[in-house]
Design a protein around this ligand. Structure first.
Ligand code: PHB
Length: 403
């Protein structure tokens, strides 16, 4: 691959600009956009993220994180300037392929950073596999992308949806919470999160008395909360995120459940949602690969710099964006900006030890982070670390074959 003249390689650019001088005016005008691109020689980086809807804040945090990581290393990739492109994917799966193609076909990006929503990710994945464009996933944890449908050009800087919940069952059982209701949004992320919860909770001896769901991004929780009150489980476990998660915690408290039935979750529940949820979030327990209060110099330095730069507190999404940026910086540096040298680029990304605010992590063979999962508790509006719920947890990567 690296020896062929791909449309994105610098040598191809040279050929194009030289030949442009030789062609007639008519043909030249057809070639103009390509030549302009060639001459700029910038790395074309595309964000495909939600900037509207329930996950809008997640998209912003991710973009901030990416930009921060790259700016810290001089604002270039392998010595090349960057041209940025942006598409709002609205967390709308039906537009996933079309939106990915806006970046890949129309804007000819060298790398697509996206996205948050698992359903949309499947659209990006189709385009990434067909076009071969480098895709760094800053959030969406949909399982097949780093399992049976894994791809050499696709790397995740975040998690699989079942990773946090694989660490959820044991600490619940250790606190005597033997019967639980599971509640989520009905889409891939909720289903995947349930896979991890079911495995860990039943293995630890727990019983799931009921599975409840609302369609994404619906936030009409009332009927299900009434059902939970009637079921009287020892605990509720859930997957929700973004604006919907804040609403869920508020409705949970308003339904009188906050002080009666402990609420646990995949840790996204309390990421970027604590201000909005206020007192309703206090005491909520969760498992995730990050916590605000991680007491390491790396995390403290990251949090201070992020808050200074963006006038807001970072959350797990900012960290994942930051690590996506770090992967890109490391990969581009290894190939000295020649992102068309794919074999070397992928090898560099695969072997990077990411020095993350979440703690150091490495890439699994299937291109998903191997990372610690923390047990956290919301205290005074912060996600406070209670302990390490799972050390160096890897997704199974089942069915992934990369040659
Ligand atoms: C997903 O759709 O994969 C997803 C969305 C938001 C999260 C986590 C996972 O916080």
């Amino acid at each position: 691959m690296s020896s062929t003249l791909s449309p994105r390689s610098p040598s191809r650019r040279l050929v194009l600009s030289r030949s442009a001088a030789l062609v007639g005016a008519g043909t030249a005008s057809l070639l103009l956009p390509q030549i302009a691109r060639a001459q700029s020689n910038k790395v074309r980086v595309g964000f495909m993220l939600p900037y509207t809807g329930t996950y809008a804040q997640l998209g912003v945090a991710i973009e901030n994180g990416v930009r921060m990581a790259i700016a810290e290393k001089g604002g270039k990739l392998g010595g090349r300037e960057i041209e940025w492109f942006k598409v709002d994917d609205e967390s709308e799966p039906s537009k996933g392929v079309e939106n990915a193609n806006k970046l890949v076909q129309r804007d000819k990006v060298d790398v697509l950073i996206g996205t948050v929503h698992s359903g949309v990710q499947m659209g990006i994945h189709k385009v990434a596999r067909e076009s071969g464009v480098l895709n760094i996933i800053p959030n969406a944890g949909v399982l097949p992308v780093t399992r049976a449908l894994c791809a050499a050009n696709v790397f995740r800087a975040s998690f699989t949806n079942s990773q946090p919940t694989l660490a959820l069952g044991k600490p619940m059982m250790e606190r005597g919470l033997k019967k639980a209701v599971w509640i989520t949004w009905k889409y891939a992320a909720g289903d995947d999160a349930f896979e991890g919860f079911k495995e860990s909770y039943t293995k630890a001896g727990g019983t799931i008395v009921k599975e409840l769901a609302v369609p994404f991004p619906n936030v009409e929780f009332q009927a299900l909360l009434t059902e939970i009150a009637a079921l009287k489980p020892d605990a509720v476990a859930c997957f929700f995120a973004g604006g919907g998660a804040a609403k869920f915690m508020k409705d949970y408290a308003a339904a009188g459940l906050h002080d009666k039935i402990p609420l646990w979750g995949s840790g996204f529940l309390t990421e970027g949602t604590l201000d909005a949820a206020g007192a309703a979030a206090e005491g909520v327990m969760s498992t995730l690969h990050y916590a605000d209060s991680l007491d390491t110099p790396r995390n403290k330095q990251f949090r201070t710099a992020y808050a200074q730069q963006f006038k807001m507190q970072p959350d797990v999404y900012a960290v994942q964006g930051y690590d996506s940026g770090q992967l890109l910086v490391a990969g581009a540096a290894a190939v000295k900006g020649d992102l068309a040298n794919k074999a070397a680029l992928y090898k560099a990304i695969e072997s990077t030890v990411v020095d993350s605010p979440r703690g150091k992590w490495t890439m699994s063979k299937a291109h998903n982070p191997i990372q610690d999962i923390y047990l956290r508790k919301v205290e005074k509006g912060d996600n406070v670390v209670v302990g390490v719920a799972a050390k160096a947890l890897a997704d199974s990567g089942a069915g992934c074959k990369l040659t």
